[in-house]
Write a protein that binds this ligand. Sequence first.
Ligand SMILES: Nc1nc2c(c(=O)[nH]1)N[C@H]1C(S)=C(S)[C@@H](COP(=O)(O)OP(=O)(O)OC[C@H]3O[C@@H](n4cnc5c(=O)[nH]c(N)nc54)[C@H](O)[C@@H]3O)O[C@H]1N2
Ligand SMILES: Nc1nc2c(c(=O)[nH]1)N[C@H]1C(S)=C(S)[C@@H](COP(=O)(O)OP(=O)(O)OC[C@H]3O[C@@H](n4cnc5c(=O)[nH]c(N)nc54)[C@H](O)[C@@H]3O)O[C@H]1N2
Ligand code: SF4
Ligand SMILES: [Mo]
Length: 869
Amino acid sequence: MTQAIRTTCAYCGVGCGIAATPTGARSVEIRGDEAHPANGGRLCSKGTHLGETVGLTGRLLHPMIGTRRTGWDEALGLVASRFRETIDRHGPDSVAFYVSGQLMTEDYYVANKLMKGFIGSANIDTNSRLCMSSAVAGHNRAFGEDVVPATYGDLEEADLIVLVGSNTAWCHPIVYQRIQAARAARGTKLVVIDPRRTETCEGADMHLAIKPGTDVALMNGLLAWCHATCTIDRTFLRDHVSAPDGFWDHILTGHDVRTIAAVCDVAPALLEQFYTLFAGTPRTVTMFSQGINQSIRGTDQVNAIINVHLATGRIGKPGAAPFSITGQPNAMGGREVGGLASTLAAHMDFAPDNVARVGRFWAAPAMATEPGLKAVDMFRAVEDGRIKALWVMATNPAVSMPDAGAVRAALAACPFVVVSDIIADTDTGLHAHVRLPAAGWGEKDGTVTNSDRTVSRQRPFLALPGEAMPDWWIVKEIAARMGWGPAFAFDGPADIWREHARLTAYQNDGARLLDLRAHAAIGNEAYDAMAPFSWGGTPFADGRFPTPDGRARLVPTHQMALEPQTRDWPLTLNTGRYRDQWHTMTRTGLAPKLARHREEPLVDIHPRDAEALNLSDRDLARVRTPQGDTMFRVSVSEGQRVGEIFTPIHWTDQVSSGGRTGLLPRPLVDPHSGQPGFKSTPARVEKVETEWRGFLILRGQEPVRPPCLWSTRVAVPGGTLYEVAGNGDPARLEALLPQGERAEAVDASRGTRRVAIIRDGRLSGVLFVTRSGQLPARDWLIAQLEAEGVGGAVLAARGPGNQPDKGAIICVCFDVGLNQIVAAVRDQRLVDVAAIGKALGAGTNCGSCRPALANILAQTPQEILHAAE
Ligand SMILES: Nc1nc2c(c(=O)[nH]1)N[C@H]1C(S)=C(S)[C@@H](COP(=O)(O)OP(=O)(O)OC[C@H]3O[C@@H](n4cnc5c(=O)[nH]c(N)nc54)[C@H](O)[C@@H]3O)O[C@H]1N2
Ligand SMILES: Nc1nc2c(c(=O)[nH]1)N[C@H]1C(S)=C(S)[C@@H](COP(=O)(O)OP(=O)(O)OC[C@H]3O[C@@H](n4cnc5c(=O)[nH]c(N)nc54)[C@H](O)[C@@H]3O)O[C@H]1N2
Ligand code: SF4
Ligand SMILES: [Mo]
């Protein structure tokens, strides 16, 4: 048997360890690594199904110039000469790199060095700008360095965990499981602060569905409460924290419970209950993510949270800390090498002595001396022609930037765009003059740092396919061709890691906590064998902070007035993630199992708003904002606040005709961090009528584009499922069906048409459309893709046993649907999640669906029956 390779999950910032056992050239068995400190062997649904994403479907396998395949030499030569010419004619600031928290630390280090030390510009920014730059800015303001002062271990030592703006159950599932385990083991209390009632709230003691954008008021009110209840740690404040004049006057004016409850639009009694619980629980961890960061007041929101922890002395102690949880697998590594336009390198900023120090270390011919353009400004500079050559690595800005329509226009107008990706056709790649095939997860080799500062290895267990090469190699080859070969003569990731470690230690007399000097001379073998380790210990345990005077800083924060809803824009759009998809779906979209949880992009809307707009579940609707518009399927949801809608960020032009959330947010940013306010955009919703709707199932994964108003595509076992809707004659969709023996059934009264194409007893495609009738469940038909001896009877869309429709799939590991769960709960009188697991298996593998199962149980039987219809 092949040995399992220890590596780290490709997705979120939890950074779970994986034991990967190759089972073929492009197949692998995935298990959680029991020895990894982040997950202790557990994996969520996305990690569990990573094996489904390592095939070669859609991979970019060769360098491409336009649509022409070429070799590395020509492609690299062209990129280097175009960057060189552009810099010579227009200066170093006429070029830019837009990189990603999904690069390895080593890739990131090399790209940052090339731009900031050799090209001589700081125009390298990253999708982390969209993700956690407000946390970075908040840490710098409060602590003097971007240090996350918590570890996952603190979650197990806390008595209270407060989740602010974090849908942890979906986005950091293994951390959520650790929190739930702590609740079971020691009664840890859990409070969720989120305008939406997410599945994260299912396992919580308290949910505060605050009005969006009121977190500063909530936290300042909490600080005032702590003051009033003598919860402030006066000794800690005196010895270790500085407060600017007027700080406390502001907090102690107008922050009483009644006022704050009105601002946040929550019941005063509930607010008081939360404040009382917080004040009375010294061991508190406050974890926050995008509901805090992705706001035009994100940095103040971060500091409002940190202020409470500093003032109560709840930092640097076990089970007590503010905890910024990161999104991407290597968001933290990117921060460590300094790969943001606003940082220089190794936790140093652009202060002149830092620039000189890094310049010396790199022997740099052209050090950048001031910050470069942050993501939103960078794409503006592309748009107005200041940036003339752009290199995008491991991110998909045509989808994920705010005002993505303008970003696309900017890319289309840019004289030279290079995209390094693992996937051939992405919305961004469409605009590339040169596409470079990168090594993907399972092939690449390097380190990542997770949310709690644990550095882990990603190790290769698959051969590089086609001509794909690691990102660090691509950057180094460009550097060499631009004339800087010796400074980039790295022979592998270990070599880069050593240089990075040396830089963190270089002339570091303890002023910077990030200090990896123990790794500065690590050998290649030791690097290969490196076990996960965490740097920084328990930061601030001694009460000293990396500021000039050694004291942390309370930062005054003021609740800003909220934008009023208007007649034209009566709703507020919130955006975020689904449990089983990752960002722009280039990888999770390949996994049939993961597609089952949400097959289409939905706009969640409160029943009252839906009623006013004459919208029902499964209608189509157009969401409009000042920036753009796009369509979604409607999901009427009690979990939304009145006046607020939610859409997912995952769908792209590659997989659907609508659901392009990126078109909707305005490019407005936080003044300190430059992070866009993705969570709050004025919007309206309009119903979209279509004459017919239907679905198409095709064998194989080769994508087609149904010619109709609405179409979305998901991978299913053995094929592809398209949901479609439109106007006019649906017969034109039949052109998408393959050749073969044809079976057909028509019901003219309902305008229903069912067509199946069968070849040698195997189903090769079906098209079902209807004007006024019902559509059958897709599951059984999909299963027929893998059946033999299929005949015309397939048009009945159900097998001889007359199996009922499973409903939406809740448990993707065991393929268990909502209807099955509801029926079992009702008929077998199941009372808890464990009982459902026993009866159906659901929730017993990765556990990602356990909050959903709890949710189903929590509903009254009446609601259950209703939901199952
Ligand atoms: N399944 C899955 N997991 C992922 C990812 C993924 O794509 N899919 N991406 C990863 C990445 S890069 C990131 S950054 C993380 C993000 O992880 P999260 O931050 O947990 O995810 P989001 O869904 O973006 O937003 C979190 C919540 O913020 C709430 N919110 C909106 N406005 C406000 C507000 O004003 N105040 C408060 N308190 N809350 C508000 C939203 O309702 C939402 O539920 O997830 C990581 N994990
Ligand atoms: N409206 C709205 N927009 C958002 C957000 C939101 O909450 N709301 N969240 C924002 C946040 S927090 C984030 S992090 C971003 C994420 O947005 P993106 O970074 O744009 O999303 P991904 O799909 O992760 O893009 C990664 C790309 O890199 C490719 N790739 C994967 N592995 C490799 C590799 O090893 N090398 C190379 N070269 N390429 C690789 C993938 O195929 C994919 O095309 O979206 C942001 N946009
Ligand atoms: S929680 Fe899930 S997606 Fe995140 S690292 Fe762990 S297995 Fe991967
Ligand atoms: Mo993110």
